[in-house]
Design a protein. Structure first.
Length: 256
């Protein structure tokens, strides 16, 4: 999760921090060479700060009709998940991912209705599942994977893969625990193929990089941006006011 500690910076002096992260492992497909390619359109999202929790979050449009959804930024998150119960989220563009289909990740579990035992051909319903998590609440569970339309940078992007969480199922009561009150889920920025940057890079043949630019003080009004498909050298990202901080991948695995 991205949180911001208190700062003694004067509100009259504006400082920004830029984190540029490369996604070297998102694909084996040939991608544009940043040194020779002309700058292309990049995707950008706003970064906002929740005053109560000091957490960074962003807002994206999901579904058709478009639902404006606040999602907490998690640099270690593997995917995007949000509350999608039909009573609060009714989108005609939402489609479940069928188990064993090309879009269902290899090794993903399946939820089958009308079957006895594990998934097998001929089951009435066979949904591909995805693991969603909230580290703050030590919450992790499997939910149906869906594809839906998202809206970024004045562009509709169909077929985006995400986790669909039913907060009214009696099992997900603490899924949003510890998150800002207005947030409806988490948006992941890890090297996972289902993370937001990875999906956008592959589907749009972008440079495998993203950058986060946000104010260094919680006292500053306004918000920064997330740039996907460009690093600190991109003309839309570069500024004399920026302090850049590159992030590198730890060669030693720290996960369980």
């Amino acid at each position: 999760m991205l949180t911001m500690a208190s700062s003694s910076c004067s509100a009259a002096t504006i400082h920004f921090i830029l984190l540029s992260i490369s996604l070297f492992s998102v694909s084996s497909l040939p991608l544009p060479d940043e040194s020779t390619s002309k700058p292309k359109k990049i995707f950008f999202l706003p970064i906002k700060i929740d005053a109560a929790t000091n957490m960074f979050y962003t807002t994206i449009g999901i579904g058709t009709p478009q639902h404006s959804t606040n999602l907490v930024i998690d640099l270690g998150g593997e995917n995007l998940w949000h509350d999608c119960i039909n009573r609060r989220y009714n989108a005609s563009s939402k489609r479940k991912i069928v188990c064993k289909s090309k879009k269902c990740p290899e090794g993903a579990a399946c939820v089958s209705t009308g079957c006895i035992g594990p998934y097998k051909p001929g089951c009435a319903i066979s949904d591909c599942t995805i693991t969603v998590s909230n580290p703050l609440a030590q919450f992790s569970s499997s939910y149906t994977m869906v594809e839906d339309t998202i809206f970024l940078s004045h562009t509709y992007i169909p077929g985006f893969l995400a986790g669909c969480v039913d907060l009214d199922d009696g099992l997900s009561g603490n899924a949003l625990q510890g998150l800002p009150r207005t947030s409806k889920g988490i948006i992941g920025f890890s090297h996972s193929e289902l993370a937001l940057p990875s999906q956008l890079v592959l589907s749009n043949k972008l440079i495998p990089k993203f950058s986060l630019c946000f104010p260094s003080s919680n006292n500053l009004k306004g918000f920064g941006n997330i740039f996907i498909g460009a690093g600190g050298g991109h003309p839309q990202v570069e500024s004399k006011f920026l302090q850049t901080t590159p992030l590198v991948v730890n060669p030693v695995a720290t996960g369980a």
